[in-house]
Design a protein around this ligand. Structure first.
Ligand code: NAD
Length: 501
């Protein structure tokens, strides 16, 4: 295909899908074939500014839109996305690589947040207490804060944008979204459906790009809050820059998620869960299990873990029966295979090596098969680095206390799993483990949106997480009103104290 035949990804500014005037473009590439699917612009500073100004203007009216009108748009959006699920999942598989079934899951987990946003009328209610003093009432308003921005990663191009703009808009804010430049087409398909559902011009805007666009968002004086999901290095930069520019910031970042396997665990269920969580989506989930800590005799289960991984089918995501698709890019492939080489050279035992996997019909794809190391020590590079590929590290521990100590010594705190049939062990674990999201016989404990996403420590900056009650707090400003209406009772005279009487 010649360059001119490749479609371009548009910007969305003030309700119009427009071609960028930039001179800098990058290809959106199918990771299973290297086919160029589209070209995405690196938006200019003027385009970012135009998007933010459109959002600022739209905020003046959108913030006063009746809550029922906002909820009806969310209801319509969820119906449109649900109806378009197969089309969006296919688009997602083509540009991101994950299997079609997993791509549907990506959309559905995001759709759950839209469903939750349909109840914003109840979620955004303030509080009221009468007679805080004689004839005095106090109440709180959860008011929208203004123009909010979202910056999203490549690994969930449907779910993560849907973590952000529906809740922000439902609360009465306007939004500027910066999707991942590696797979922006899925996000744009969802944005088109949002407009079809009735999101007015300027309420949702989209700019594309990399560091320059992100920095412009973090420093723009009209943006009040920034929500970021991505790597720790970029998230830390976004947090620091946007905070210095006076914005409310939430950053969900990198991870090294452990699963602790006790010898009393239900073996079949637990090892199946482990293989799915380690190798599903080619390990490119922020909540993927990347380390299993085998406690006591559970260390004897290594051959069975390897056998399960060996059975998984590596192929293009569009092919029926695929378990593990390609990783996102050639660069990611090179980085991951380099880390596997470093692991082998660094003294870990390579139980299963996925580097030379062959995928007939897709010889150009970025494929890495399931890879397993045992004998991993905390100081090894494969342990200290987020690999973000289909690589599972196995460690061993004498007992639950030692396993908890290993997990708590790791700087990340996104997710952790425990496999056991013991309620007492599970209770001790949930109490003592210093990780924000805990699964008990659940390998990927991403909460449903009535709760919030609660990664912790090195996996998060900012106090409030996406969706659930915390998102309402993040996307609103609490205003407290204390009021008295004078009646005919005579004044008690001048009150020169701070006390309410
Ligand atoms: P990334 O940090 O490279 O990119 C995220 C966003 O930042 C993208 O929109 C990108 O364009 C932008 N960006 C990239 N480099 C930048 C720079 N130098 N300055 C400013 N902006 C920049 O992340 P990714 O590779 O797209 O996604 C994978 C990472 O995201 C992994 O670390 C994963 O753990 C993390 N992640 C975390 C969560 C979570 O909830 N904690 C969820 C999904 C992904």
């Amino acid at each position: 295909m010649s360059d001119t035949a490749v479609p371009t990804v548009k910007l969305l500014i003030d309700g119009m899908f427009v071609e960028s005037r930039t001179t800098q473009w990058r290809d959106v590439v199918n990771p299973a074939t290297q086919a160029v699917l589209a070209r995405v612009p690196m938006a200019t500073a003027d385009e970012v500014d135009a998007a933010v100004r459109a959002a600022d203007t739209a905020f003046r009216t959108w913030r006063k839109t009746p809550v029922a009108a906002r909820m009806r748009i969310m209801l319509k959006m969820q119906a449109l996305i649900r109806a378009e699920l197969p089309r969006i999942a296919r688009l997602l598989t083509n540009e991101q690589g994950k299997t079609l079934a997993d791509a549907e899951g990506d959309v559905i987990r995001g759709l759950e947040v839209v469903e939750h946003a349909c109840a914003i009328g109840t979620l955004q209610m303030g509080e009221f207490l009468e007679n805080v003093a004689g004839g005095v009432d106090t109440y709180t308003l959860q008011q929208p804060i203004g123009v909010c921005a979202g910056i999203t990663p490549f690994n969930f191009p449907a779910m993560i944008p849907l973590w952000m703009f529906p809740m922000a808009i439902a609360c009465g804010n306007t939004f500027v979204l910066k999707p991942s430049e590696q797979d922006p087409m899925t996000t744009m398909a969802l944005v088109e459906l949002a407009l079809q559902a009735g999101v007015p011009s300027g309420v949702l805007n989209v700019v594309h790009g990399g560091k320059d666009v992100v920095d412009a968002i973090c420093t723009h004086p009209l943006i009040r809050a920034v929500s970021f999901v991505g790597s720790t290095a970029v998230g830390t930069h976004v947090h620091d820059l946007a905070s210095r520019h006076g914005k409310r910031v939430q950053c969900m970042m990198g991870a090294k998620n452990h699963a602790v396997v006790l010898p009393d665990a239900h073996k079949e269920h637990s090892l199946d869960a482990l293989a799915g969580a380690a190798f599903g989506a080619a390990g490119q989930r922020c909540m993927a299990t990347s380390v299993a800590v085998l406690v006591g005799e559970a260390r004897d289960w290594i051959p069975e873990i390897v056998a399960r991984a060996r059975q998984l089918k590596v192929n293009a995501g569009v092919e029926a029966g695929t378990d593990v698709g390609p990783v996102i890019s050639r660069a990611a492939c090179t980085r991951i295979t380099g880390l596997i080489a470093a692991g082998a050279a660094g003294g870990a035992t390579l139980e299963l090596d996925g580097r030379d996997v062959q995928v007939p019909g897709y010889t150009d794809g970025n494929f890495i098969g399931p890879t397993i190391f045992s004998g991993v020590q905390p100081e090894m590079e494969i342990y200290t680095t987020e690999i973000f590929g289909p690589v599972l590290l196995l460690m061993s521990a004498r007992d639950l206390d030692e396993a908890i100590a290993i997990v708590n010594a790791n700087p990340f705190g996104n997710g952790v799993g425990l496999f056991t049939q013991s309620g007492a062990a599970a209770r001790k674990f949930q109490n003592e483990i210093d990780v924000g999201q805990v699964g008990i016989n659940i390998p990927i404990p991403v909460p449903v949106p009535y709760f919030s996403f609660t990664g912790s420590r090195g996996s998060k900056l900012g106090d409030l997480g996406p969706y659930g009650k915390q998102a309402v707090q993040f996307y609103t400003q609490t205003k407290t009103v204390t009021s008295r209406w004078f009646d005919d009772v005579a004044s008690a005279g001048v009150n020169t104290t701070i006390s309410l009487k």
